[in-house]
Design a protein around this ligand. Structure first.
Ligand code: TMP
Length: 235
């Protein structure tokens, strides 16, 4: 079927059903806006499976998502949505760009879950933006932003529990939302070690894409370990 879109980590195909898309998870990995490129063996398989477990868990908790079904080894069927060009990052512990921008030492507990918006725009390098920027750029309405923010905070509660049961700390993560044909806001994209920072609860070992970004080694193993734990607890 027709390829509709190819991103850095996924390819989206049409299906016979106009409102259903097939999403293929690639092993390709990029970081720093595509400046660093590589491949992580088995990543597509792990991310498709981990995302499927997470979306099923969130649906059960009452979060509307685009997820329909897993298509092993590394694809899923999802509802067609129009992705809002706003990435929502939720942070429980300081790390990454927050630590770099504000000088908060990585690993510092935040006094409350921090919600940030980034403009999904490669040419501008996905800048940090505020709600008034979103409205001025017409990326979403005030009502949609409020709904997305409320959902993101709920998702943080649920995913923190989901990963905690696996002995993992959800440090931070990125979400994308989309509008279905009826204008309903759905959680979309993926939930995986590409889009979440996950640290082992006991040792604080990084089990996510930072192993690739920072050349920490044992990259494949980290993705496999997250899937092994998630499957063991939620499978
Ligand atoms: P950051 O600290 O680099 O801003 O990343 C925050 C979270 O968002 C982290 O869990 C990784 C995730 N993320 C993505 O999923 N895609 C991206 O392009 C970036 C920069 C971060």
């Amino acid at each position: 079927m027709e390829k509709l879109y190819e991103g850095k980590a996924k390819v989206v195909y049409a299906t016979d059903e106009p409102q259903v898309l097939r999403i293929h998870f690639k092993d390709d990995a990029t970081a720093f806006d595509g400046a660093k490129r590589g491949s992580i063996g088995g990543k597509g398989y792990c991310n498709a499976h981990i995302s499927a477990y997470a979306f099923r868990y969130l649906e059960k908790a009452g979060i509307p998502t685009h997820f329909l079904e897993l298509r092993p080894p590394n694809e899923m069927l999802a509802r067609r949505v129009r992705i809002l060009p706003v990435e929502v990052v939720m942070r429980n512990i300081a790390a990454g760009s927050l630590s770099a921008r504000l000088g908060i030492e990585e690993g510092t507990d935040l006094p409350f879950a921090l919600l940030e918006h980034f403009y999904k725009n490669d040419a501008l390098h996905d800048p940090l933006i505020c709600e008034e920027h979103i409205r001025i750029l017409g990326l979403a309405t005030g009502e949609q932003i409020a709904e997305v923010n409320g959902m993101a905070r709920e998702v943080n509660q649920h995913l923190s529990s989901f990963f905690s049961a696996c002995g993992l700390i959800l440090v931070d993560f990125k979400l994308e939302f989309g509008l279905d044909s009826g204008g309903r806001v759905l959680l979309a994209d993926e939930v995986s070690p590409d889009t979440c920072r996950l640290w082992d609860k006991e040792t604080r070992t990084k089990l996510d894409k930072d192993r690739f970004r920072r050349d920490l080694g044992k990259v494949e193993e980290a993705y496999q370990e997250v899937l092994r734990r998630v499957r063991g607890v939620h499978g």
